[in-house]
Design a protein around this ligand. Structure first.
Ligand SMILES: *Cc1c(COP(=O)(O)O)cnc(C)c1O
Length: 854
C-alpha cells in the first residue's frame, strides 16, 4: 500500500539535551573520544543495535531515559565537554591557514569518489578505496583544507556477510534509512528539495542532494530515488554500490561525474581543482568542457586545456583489468551528445578515452580518459607508482620509464579514527596532544621511548582481551540468529584465549590476496599453533568476497572447512561481516598484522597501517606500502620481493618463509618475558612501529603531500589561466597546437663533443648542439643532455638529464646550445641529446607527452 501522506517526524529532546542533536549530525564524533563515549553512555545497547548511529538513537531512545539524563550532572558535564571540543575543532587555526600563503581568490578543491567509508553507521563503501576516501575527508578537515566532496548515496548498503552451514558466503543488503542517518537534505531558497538533472537518452534523470558534515568538510551525495523520475528504472540508479550490469555502472558514473559538477554549481561552489579519486568520476571532464564552451565561450581546444590544467587523477589499480571500460556503442549512446557539442567526430571523441587513438575498435577506458586530461597523476605507494608507469608507458612513448608522468603519494589512514581510545590517551600523555598530525621530523616521536614498557604492554593486553570478548559475543549472536545448537553456541563462547599470540588477517577475499597462504602446509601450521601449550598461536580472519566473485567465495569456504576438519576451531576463527568497526577492533587487539598478497598486486593496502597506528608489527610480503616501510625494525618481511613465473612455486617459497619467521622469530620474541611478564623485545618492536610508521602512514601526511604537490599548484594555475577571460589558457592551448605541428620537423643538425672515447671520471666534456627550430623559439624547448650507463642491450639506462644553455643563432638562423658535462661514474657510459617542450603554464614537461631524441 502506498501512503497518502508522508511526514518526517523529529524526536523531542529535553531542552538541556538539545546539543546532542548538533553533536549527532557532524560525524566528527567518529574520531572524537569524548563525543563517541557520550553516545555509548546514552544507551550502550541501542548504540550496538543502531550500528553506532547517534541520529537513529535520538529517535529511538526512551523518553524516560532522556528525562533521567536531563537530571544527570555527570552526563551533562560530559556532553558540554564534547560540544566544546566540537566547537573548538570547527574554529581552530589550522595547518592550511599557516602554510598556504596568499591566493588570488577563493579556493575550493572538489574531490570525487564513488564510495566513502566514514563510519560504521554509513555503509556506503565496499572496501579500501572507500575507507581511504573517508580518511581523506577527515584529514582535510583536520588540516583546514577548503575541500568539498562528491559521491552517491546508495539506498542499499554494501552487503552484510554471514555463512551458511557449508561455509558459503550469504549476502544481506541493509536498506539505508536516510532520515535516520547523520545526513542533511539540501533545500533551495524556497525550502524545496534541491534537485539536479542529467540528460539520459530520451529523458532527464533527476537527483536530490544529501550532505554529511565531516568536521569542516561537506560531503554531498546524489540520490535518484525521487518522484521526479517517472521511469522506475531511474529510481534505482543509486540503489546499490557496484551492483548491476555495465549499463548501470555507466549510469552511476554519469551521475557522479556530470551530476556532481552540476550539483556543486547549484550549491554555489566554484572549484579551482577537480580531484578524480579512481576513474569512476571521469565524466566530469565532459561536463566541465561543455560548461567552459557554452558558458564562457571557449573553443573546444581552449576548454579542454583549461580542464586539463586544473584536474588531477589518483589511480588505485595495479592491473589493467581493473579499469572501467565501456564499448564504443554504449559510450556514444549515453554521452555521444557531448561529441556534437564539442564538434568532434565519433572517433575523435572516443579517442579521448583510448590508449591508441588509431584503434577504432577499442572501448572507452575511464582511466585513460582521466590520465589524458590531468595535470597531476599519482599512484598510491612508491611501488604502485612504478607499476603504473609501466602500465601506461605507451601514453608517454620514448620517455624513460622513470620519467613517465605519473608520480606516487603513498596512502595513509586517519590516526584518530583507527587508534583505540585508550592508546590515543597514552600517546596524548606521553607524546603530545597533536601526535596525530606531527610530521616525521618532529621531536615528539623520540618521546615514544618514554612510554613505560609495562604500561604500553598492559594497554595492549587490554585491547587483545577486549577483542577476544567481542569475537565470542559476535559469534554467539550470529549462531543464535541462525538457530544453531546449544553445543555449538557453547563452543563459540570459548574460542580463542585472551593471552595467546594473536595474528590478524582481514581484507577483501580476492584470490590474489592469498588469504589461505598460512594454511599452505597444514601440518606445519598446526605444529606452530599447538606444539607448545605455553606458546600457543591463534589467528583471527575476516573479509568479504565480492558477491560475484565465485573463486573468492570458494576460498572462504575452503578456509572454513579446513578449520573444522583439522579441529583447530579454538585457534583459528573466521569472523563474519568484516566492516569498518570490526577492522578497528582487530587492528588494535591482534599482536601481528599479516598480509600475503601476490606482489605487485596490492596497490597500497591500508589495514597494516591501521595496525601500526596501534603499535602492531606487520608481517607481510614486500608489496604496496610495506615495501617502502622500515620492515626490519617495525615488523618482518616475507621473502625479499621476488616474483617467480610459477605461481605454485611462489606460494610454496613464501609460505615456507612465513612459517620460518613464525617459528624462529615471532613466537620466541612474543613469549620471552621479563620478571613482570613483559616481552621486552616485542615491546621494543611495537615502539619502533609507533615511532617510524605513525608519522609516515597517516592521512595527515598524505593530505599535506596532496596539498603541496598538487592542490596548491593546480589552484594557483586556475587563477592564472582564467584571468582576463581565459587569456593565458588560450595562449597555452594555441602554443601547444603550434608545437604539435612543428614538433617532428625540428632538426638536429649537429651534436658534437670535444672529447674522444677514453676519458677520465670528472673530466669536463664540452657538448654543442645545433638545431633548426622550424619557427619555434628557444623558449619553447628544453634541450637536454642525458647521461647514463649502457647496459648489455646497448641501451642507455638510469640516466640523468641536464638542460643545455642557448648561446644564440647561427647566421642561417639555427639555434646553438652548449653545455659542459662530467661523468660521476666510471665504466661504459653513454650520452644522448633530447628535446622536451617548455612553457611556464605547463604542469610539467610531461604534460604534452612529447619527447624527441637525437
Ligand atoms: C582498512 C579497510 C580495508 C582496506 O584494507 P586493505 O589492507 O587495503 O585490504 C578494507 N575494508 C575495511 C572495512 C577496512 O577497514
Amino acid at each position: 500500500m502506498k501512503p497518502t501522506y508522508k511526514f518526517q517526524v523529529k524526536p523531542i529532546l529535553p531542552t538541556i539535551l538539545e546539543p546532542l542533536r548538533r553533536l549527532a549530525h557532524n560525524i566528527h564524533w567518529d574520531w572524537n573520544v569524548a563525543a563517541k563515549s557520550l553516545f555509548v553512555r546514552l544507551d550502550p545497547d541501542l548504540w550496538q543495535q543502531t550500528c553506532h548511529n547517534p541520529v537513529a538513537m535520538l529517535g529511538q531512545v526512551d523518553q524516560s531515559r532522556l528525562d533521567e539524563l536531563a537530571q544527570d550532572d555527570g552526563f551533562i558535564a560530559h556532553m558540554e565537554r564534547a560540544i566544546e571540543q566540537l566547537d573548538d575543532y570547527l574554529q581552530q587555526h589550522t595547518w592550511y591557514h599557516k602554510s598556504r600563503g596568499e591566493t588570488k581568490g577563493k579556493e575550493c578543491y572538489a574531490y570525487f569518489c564513488a564510495e566513502y567509508g566514514l563510519s560504521y553507521c554509513l555503509p556506503i563503501y565496499s572496501g579500501g578505496l572507500g575507507i581511504l576516501a573517508g580518511d581523506h575527508l577527515k584529514s582535510a578537515s583536520d588540516l583546514g583544507l577548503p575541500l568539498v566532496a562528491v559521491g552517491l548515496l546508495y539506498q542499499e548498503g554494501y552487503f552484510a556477510q554471514y555463512f551458511n552451514h557449508d561455509g558459503w558466503q550469504q549476502e544481506e543488503y541493509p536498506i539505508n534509512d536516510f532520515y535516520n542517518m547523520p545526513l542533511h537534505l539540501e533545500k533551495d531558497d524556497q525550502g524545496n528539495e534541491l534537485v539536479i538533472e542529467v540528460e539520459f537518452p530520451g529523458r532527464l534523470v533527476y537527483a536530490r542532494v544529501w550532505r554529511i558534515d565531516v568536521g569542516n568538510v561537506p560531503l554531498y551525495l546524489l540520490d535518484t530515488n525521487i518522484e521526479q523520475n517517472t521511469n522506475p528504472y531511474d529510481h534505482d540508479i543509486t540503489d546499490k554500490l557496484y551492483g548491476g550490469d555495465r549499463n548501470l555502472r555507466l549510469h552511476q558514473e554519469m551521475l557522479l561525474g556530470i551530476g556532481g559538477v552540476r550539483m556543486l554549481e547549484k550549491l554555489g561552489y566554484t572549484p579551482t581543482v577537480y580531484h578524480m579519486n579512481e576513474g569512476h568520476s571521469a565524466f566530469l571532464i565532459l561536463e566541465r568542457i561543455r560548461k567552459l564552451m557554452q558558458e564562457d565561450g571557449l573553443t573546444f581546444r581552449h576548454a579542454k586545456q583549461f580542464a586539463l590544467s586544473t584536474q588531477m587523477f589518483t589511480t588505485h589499480t595495479p592491473v589493467s583489468a581493473g579499469f572501467d571500460l565501456f564499448s564504443p556503442e554504449q559510450t556514444l549512446h549515453y554521452v555521444g551528445h557531448y561529441a556534437e557539442k564539442f564538434g568532434l567526430s565519433r572517433d575523435r571523441f572516443l579517442g579521448l578515452g583510448r590508449e591508441n587513438t588509431g584503434d577504432f575498435e577499442a572501448p572507452f577506458n575511464m582511466a585513460i580518459f582521466a590520465l589524458k586530461h590531468s595535470a597531476f597523476i599519482n599512484g598510491v605507494s612508491q611501488l604502485h607508482g612504478h607499476v603504473s608507469r609501466e602500465m601506461f608507458h605507451s601514453l608517454w612513448p620514448d620517455f624513460p620509464l622513470a620519467e613517465v608522468g605519473i608520480t606516487a603519494i603513498t596512502n595513509g589512514v586517519h590516526a584518530r579514527s583507527v587508534t583505540a581510545p585508550a592508546t590515543q590517551d597514552l600517546y596524548d600523555r606521553y607524546l603530545a596532544p597533536n601526535w596525530d598530525e606531527a610530521p616525521a621530523n618532529s621531536p615528539i616521536w623520540q618521546k615514544v621511548a618514554t612510554i613505560p614498557n609495562e604500561e604500553l604492554w598492559r594497554n595492549h593486553e587490554r585491547q587483545r582481551s577486549d577483542l577476544v570478548v567481542y569475537i565470542r559475543q559476535h559469534l554467539v549472536s550470529q549462531l543464535q540468529q541462525q538457530g544453531a545448537t546449544e553445543a555449538a553456541i557453547e563452543k563459540a563462547r570459548q574460542v580463542l584465549k585472551p593471552n595467546f599470540l594473536t595474528i590478524g588477517f582481514a581484507r577483501r577475499f580476492a584470490t590474489y590476496k592469498r588469504a589461505n597462504l598460512f594454511l599452505y602446509d597444514i601440518e606445519r601450521i598446526k605444529k606452530i599453533i599447538l606444539a607448545d601449550p605455553e606458546r600457543r598461536v591463534q589467528f583471527v580472519i575476516a573479509g568479504k568476497a565480492h558477491p560475484e566473485d565465485i573463486p573468492g567465495k570458494e576460498l572462504i569456504r575452503q578456509i572454513i572447512h579446513t578449520i573444522r576438519e583439522e579441529g583447530i576451531e579454538d585457534y583459528v576463527v573466521f569472523l563474519p561481516n568484516y566492516n569498518i568497526h570490526i577492522a578497528r577492533k582487530m587492528v588494535s587487539g591482534c599482536d601481528v598484522w599479516l598480509n600475503t598478497p601476490r606482489r605487485p598486486r596490492e596497490a597500497s593496502g591500508t589495514s597494516g597501517m591501521k595496525a601500526a597506528m596501534n603499535g602492531l608489527p606487520n608481517l607481510s610480503i614486500l608489496d604496496g606500502w610495506w615495501d617502502e616501510a622500515d620492515y626490519i625494525r617495525t615488523g618482518w618481511a616475507i621473502g625479499n620481493g621476488e616474483i617467480y613465473d610459477d605461481p605454485d612455486y611462489q606460494d610454496r617459497v613464501e609460505a615456507s618463509a612465513l612459517y620460518e619467521l613464525l617459528e624462529k622469530e615471532i613466537v620466541p620474541l612474543f613469549y620471552t618475558r621479563n620478571s613482570f611478564d613483559v616481552p621486552e623485545g616485542w615491546v621494543n618492536k611495537m615502539k619502533e612501529a609507533i615511532r617510524l610508521n605513525c608519522p609516515m602512514f597517516n592521512t595527515s601526511r598524505m593530505l599535506r603531500d596532496y596539498a603541496q604537490q598538487a592542490y596548491f599548484k593546480l589552484s594557483d594555475r586556475h587563477f592564472e589561466l582564467s584571468q582576463d577571460n581565459y587569456q593565458a589558457v588560450q595562449a597555452l592551448a594555441d602554443w601547444k597546437s603550434e608545437l604539435f605541428k612543428a614538433w617532428y620537423n625540428i632538426r638536429i643538425e649537429a651534436f658534437e663533443v670535444t672529447e674522444s672515447m677514453a676519458i677520465d671520471i670528472q673530466q669536463p666534456i664540452h657538448v654543442q648542439a645545433i638545431l633548426d627550430l622550424v619557427g619555434l623559439t628557444p623558449d619553447d624547448l628544453a634541450v637536454q643532455i642525458y647521461l647514463g650507463t649502457i647496459n648489455d642491450k646497448d641501451e642507455l639506462i638510469d640516466g640523468e638529464s641536464t638542460t643545455m644553455v642557448f648561446q644564440g643563432m647561427t647566421p642561417d638562423h639555427k639555434a646553438i646550445y652548449e653545455h659542459v658535462v662530467k661523468y660521476q661514474k666510471s665504466g661504459y657510459q653513454g650520452m644522448a641529446l633530447r628535446i622536451l617542450p617548455h612553457h611556464p603554464h605547463l604542469a610539467d614537461a610531461t604534460e604534452p607527452r612529447l619527447i624527441r631524441w637525437a
